[in-house]
Write a new protein. Structure first.
Ligand code: HDE
Length: 704
């Protein structure tokens, strides 16, 4: 094995050359403050290893004189600081990453040679980054947006990146349209807003002129794009890929991630308010879950099908605006992913991780999906600009964990210990340099390609409405209402009437009733004409698996309960609710007017986890309000307390109350329903807390 085939050489290169730096200088170089026994610290040095005597004052000619150019310590520190940022991702800039592992539970040996999919029980390390698409790196966590779902598997046969989304289809059929789509959804270029929002003219103008996006429009207007937690979203590889077995036969495959906690979304009004209460809501949720040992987990499943089967589908599986209903090709669960470690450093790992759909391993191959084909180019290109060098694969988060090596040389920031006379292949001068391996090396599927060259869209890609209709009709009545209301909300932000009308015209192909609801919600004076459809709309079999509500798990695992208390609250009632919720798997937080806590009826102090003004009920799945008579009276004059209960009620959450809690609800003008439960009946509360009170919705807001 050549020297450069050593595992993870970016980390070890200096040591392999025999010039091992001391542990202290390594720590100093990494910027870490190292506490030595006895309270001494290791030396703070420049990047050249020179110890600093003063890190607070720059070098000046005299105490009130000019700063001297010769101050290399100041210059080095400021120069490095000036270059701390790299360009953010053009899309998916805002993201949250974590380490974990993949464990195979069922072998696909019959279909593939890829070891990660054949060795049952084997654990493969991975790094997963979940992101929003439209907003910048500092934008909020809870806009209405698709979530990116990117997994880098460090397999024994090289890195495999599955770079997907939480929606199984995409807006466009051809990569050449991507820059236009993204320009349309991003901040409008003349004014620099709105940030992280699709509710504006340019997005809907582009969409209304792009009928192929209608299926995706149904998904983005559904509650899938306002998830409750990143731990409660599905992930999809979107495109068809191929698996190749040892006989060289290939089978098509779609990849799916299924969250162990089930699906759950927020209510739109809730998502909007969370954005203000905690812009880092999803990142914090993931961080806290991992820190608490409640590791986010997903099942990994595949849909496998042959070319013959694909020929019989009423759609083209190579069209990324189409999904394969699981009622047509069932999902086969083959493994699980667990995220169990937060990165040590956000920049080094989450920011520098470079995913690329082109990173695949022997036994897996691409399909001819034209969107996928374009992506194979884009990611490396973008990484060259973000990370600045073709050696970005040497950054530890990107480096394979299996031996790797070739005769590529040099380039910016080369870290590998490249040595020897030979940097070419074939060669006869170096017995140890890496060679190609016909038996084990990567091979593409042997497929015949024939046809006429040209800028041609396949006929089989012409149907833009049938699966949009199937998706809408497969939803529950509540979910259909949310889709209609989301469309009304978004189009109400569009200033141009002709764009609103054009969108309603498309909706008429999807479902006339939906179009009518949206037209009424926009107060259009007449029904717009539907545009000509390129292919007739087919009636597809309904697919209940496309719902969210149907996939919500009846559990408190992974969910959060907020208990609002004040001076005089009954400690015994608080404890009963707290224990019942904790036993059911929920995280419990106490909220009081002051963070130091409240003096309970028995005179003891109970510390709070959050101050009322900064901890609104939108941060919880369900709430309890435990108050004395005086406590209720005091809180009746606090708008934060009134908002706390009004929002919990409006967001369809179960509420446990004692007598004082009930009094606060009365002040807030809330008419208790079956979701308002007496705190003494903890079992009833826990049962109600496991779901949202969907039937309440009609009494709290007008939906389209
Ligand atoms: Fe991406 N996409 N994309 N995309 N994408 C990027 O790569 C691109 C598409 C997805 O956490 C960029 O490193 C093109 C579909 C995720 O770091 C960029 C096209 C799907 C992430 C890029 C698509 C995705 C990206 C920006 C149309 C779901 C974040 C920074 C042909 C299957 C990965 C970067 C992370 C990131 C290009 C369409 C998912 C610019 C040209 C479809 C999850 O290269």
């Amino acid at each position: 094995m050549s020297k450069e085939m050593k595992k993870d050489y970016s980390e070890k290169s200096t040591r392999e050359k025999g010039s091992a730096p001391s542990a202290d200088s390594q720590l100093a170089a990494s910027g870490e403050l190292h506490q030595i026994a006895g309270g001494e610290h290791s030396a703070l040095t420049t990047n050249q290893g020179v110890a600093l005597s003063d890190n607070q004052n720059s070098l000046r000619a005299h105490p009130s004189g000019p700063t001297l150019l010769e101050d290399f310590i100041l210059r080095e520190k400021i120069t490095h600081f000036d270059h701390e940022r790299i360009p953010e991702r053009i899309v998916h800039a805002r993201g949250t990453g974590a380490h974990g592992f993949f464990e195979l539970t069922a072998s696909l040996k019959q279909y593939t040679t890829a070891r990660i999919l054949t060795e049952v029980g084997e654990k493969t390390p991975l790094f997963t980054r979940i992101s929003t698409v439209a907003g910048g790196a500092g934008s909020i966590d809870t806009p209405r947006d698709v979530r990116g779902f990117a997994v880098k598997f460090y397999t024994k046969e090289g890195n495999w990146d599955l770079v997907g989304n939480n929606v199984p289809v995409f807006f466009i059929q051809d990569a050449i349209k991507f820059p236009d789509l993204i320009h349309a959804v991003k901040m409008e270029p003349d004014r620099g807003f709105p940030q992280a929002a699709s509710a504006h003219d340019t997005f809907w103008d582009y969409i209304s002129l792009t009928p192929e996006s209608m299926h995706m429009v149904m998904w983005i207007m559904s509650d899938r794009t306002i998830p409750r937690s990143l731990r409660m979203i599905e992930g999809f590889g979107v495109h068809s890929f191929r698996l190749i077995n040892d006989a060289g036969e290939s089978t098509f495959v779609k990849f799916h991630w299924r969250p162990k906690l089930g699906l759950q979304s927020t209510i739109w009004d809730e998502a909007v308010k969370i954005a203000g209460a905690d812009p880092d809501f999803h990142r914090r949720d993931m961080f806290e879950a991992i820190a608490a040992g409640s590791f986010p987990e997903w099942e990994f499943a595949v849909q496998l099908f042959t070319q013959d089967e694909a020929d019989k589908f009423p759609f083209d599986h190579l069209d990324p605006t189409k999904l394969i209903p699981e009622e047509l090709v069932p999902l086969k669960v083959i493994g699980r992913m667990v995220l169990d470690r937060w990165p040590d450093n956000f920049f080094a790992e989450t920011e520098q991780v470079a995913y690329c759909p082109g990173n695949i391993v022997p036994g897996i191959d691409f399909s001819n999906d034209p969107l996928l084909q374009g992506r194979l180019f884009s990611y490396i290109d973008t990484q060259l600009s973000r990370l600045g060098s073709p050696n970005f694969h040497q950054i530890p988060i990107n480096a394979p964990k299996c031996p790797f090596g070739n005769l590529q040389r040099d380039g910016h920031m080369q870290m590998a210990p490249q040595s020897g006379r030979v940097a070419y292949e074939p060669n006869s001068l170096s017995a140890n340099s890496p060679r190609e391996n016909p038996a084990k090396g990567f091979r593409s599927a042997a497929v015949t390609e024939t046809g006429v060259k040209g800028r041609i869209r396949a006929e089989s890609f012409a149907d833009h409405y049938s699966q949009a209709r199937q998706f809408y009709l497969s939803q529950s009545a509540y979910e259909q209402a949310h889709i209609a209301s989301a469309l009304v909300f978004e189009l109400s932000k569009v200033e141009h009437l002709h764009v609103r009308e054009a969108m309603v015209g498309h909706l008429r192909h999807i479902e006339e009733d939906l179009a009518k609801r949206v037209a009424a919600g926009l107060a259009l004076d007449k029904m717009p004409v539907a545009p000509p459809a390129a292919a007739p709309v087919q009636e597809m079999k309904l697919s209940p698996a496309l719902q969210i509500i149907g996939k919500m798990k009846n559990t408190l695992m992974g969910r959060a309960i907020g208990i609002l208390i004040a001076d005089g609250s009954d400690g015994a009632v608080i404890n009963t609710i707290k224990k019942a919720a904790t036993d059911a798997g929920a995280a419990v937080k106490i909220i009081a007017p002051k963070v130091g806590g409240a003096k309970l009826a028995d005179g003891s102090m109970l510390a709070a986890d959050g101050q009322l003004a900064g901890t609104p009920s939108v941060l919880f799945d369900t709430v309890a309000v435990i108050l004395s008579g005086e406590g209720a009276q005091a809180l009746s004059k606090e708008s934060a307390a009134i908002d706390f209960v009004r929002d919990a009620f409006g967001h369809l959450k179960a509420i446990a109350v004692d007598k004082g809690g009930r009094a606060l609800l009365k002040t807030a003008n809330i008419e208790p329903d079956a979701g308002v439960v007496d705190a003494s009946d903890k079992d009833a509360f826990i049962t109600m807390a496991k779901t949202r009170q969907w039937d309440r919705e009609k009494s709290v807001r007008t939906l389209a």
